[in-house]
Design a binder for this molecule. Sequence first.
Ligand code: ADP
Length: 476
Amino acid sequence: MPLIQRALQLNDYELTFKHVETPAALRAILTGGDWDLIAGSAATLLLEENRRTTALNRIEHSIAATLNLPTVLSRLAQQTRECFDADESNIYLPDADERSLRMISARRGTTQIIESTGLPLEADIIRHVVRSGKSVFIPENGDETLAHSLPGTSQPPGTLICAPLMINNQIIGLMALTRYTSATPFTQTDLNLLSELAPQAAVAIRNAQLYSAEQQRTSELADALARQNELAQHKDQFIQNISHELRTPIAIARGYAELLDNGSLGDLQPDQQEPAAIVARRLRMLSSLVSDINTIFEVESQRRSFTDVDITALANNAVSDFKTLAKNAKITLTANITTAPLLVSGDPIQLRRALDNLMINALKFTPEGGSITVHLKKESANAVLEVIDTGVGIPEDKLGRIFERFYQVEVAMSRRHGGSGLGLSLVKQIVESHNGTIEVESAPGAGSTFKITLPLLTEASQSSLKPNHTTTRAGD
Ligand code: ADP
């Protein structure tokens, strides 16, 4: 025994223990006396095992480096076949219907990956591994029935190793390596190495499966969004066509209704006056609705001619234009407007329309005795225009929606005041097409403040510095 110990010290015998699995077997070989042979086979085994471990590491890195499922599977099959010098390396996964198996197979002599589907789940060897959750090693002259039951192989294996692909104790598939001839049969070491690789392989496959499911969902969502956009475009086109076609007949009808109403076509009978007034009023509303719709599409399609617009003049004009309306509604209208001209680049008609809509709303939603203030000032490089009212206000949960097309907080109330729910969406669209922003602060009973911020023209970009300059006085 001391002799054996010395021999163990002189040679790297931890390797020998891997080669010979029990102390009794080691003793039997040692007492056989062929010491050189033992040291030799140990060293060979070490080299072989190192080579395999390095190869396994390479496989693990290679399959973890991609999330593309077909690439993961083909790399795994191909590289494992090479590493184990197998005739076939097969990966089995459940088919989409979960009732059969699909196989991804790499075979000796070809770089092509073979794929089969519809393979039986009930094959003996599959059942065996799934039930036990353990790897199987069928050595040369092993259980032939079990070996031959491996589905999808091109030749019955002479020897095989098969390991489950498991994640959290759940089998997601199997890997099987076969050699047709038993010239160099698999060993227990081969099975150990395959069992070491299997968990990493399972993780790589599961990650790629999750990624591909996510990709699928993303592409379905993108398709749905594209379909929705297409439908929205059709709808917009439809509304645009209708409103365009309605514009002229409504303008004509409105013109005649107003002539009737104001007596230009002769005096009306007392019982005709009210109906004529209603027709004229309704046609005015209809005409304003159609005109709002047309403006929305005009702003969208960027049909605009921008020039230098003085917002100070625009705000002053609006206040003076609304004076009478406010007085009639018994509302105090105040201007708190800077005296300095504030120039922005824009479409004067659209900008005036935006301010008009805010003023109309302030008037509509402010009861008698209330007040409206138009406030304009320069704030750093912006013109900040506010329309502040002391009206009914807007509930907090509705504030996010009032800029949507056709949205009205309280339909019954809005109907009483007239309006289509297009006004604010139009204001927002106009302001944003001028690179500005619109914000609102409001609370029920506490009034509302609509704040428009527009970027001022820098001195260098003002057309006043260019030849043929015209500055539009908004509202002129
Ligand atoms: P409408 O044609 O109904 O006025 P808008 O798009 O201009 O449509 O406004 C949408 C809704 O926002 C209005 O129906 C109203 O409920 C609310 N709203 C707008 N401005 C005010 C305001 N100044 N005070 C209270 N509510 C307002």
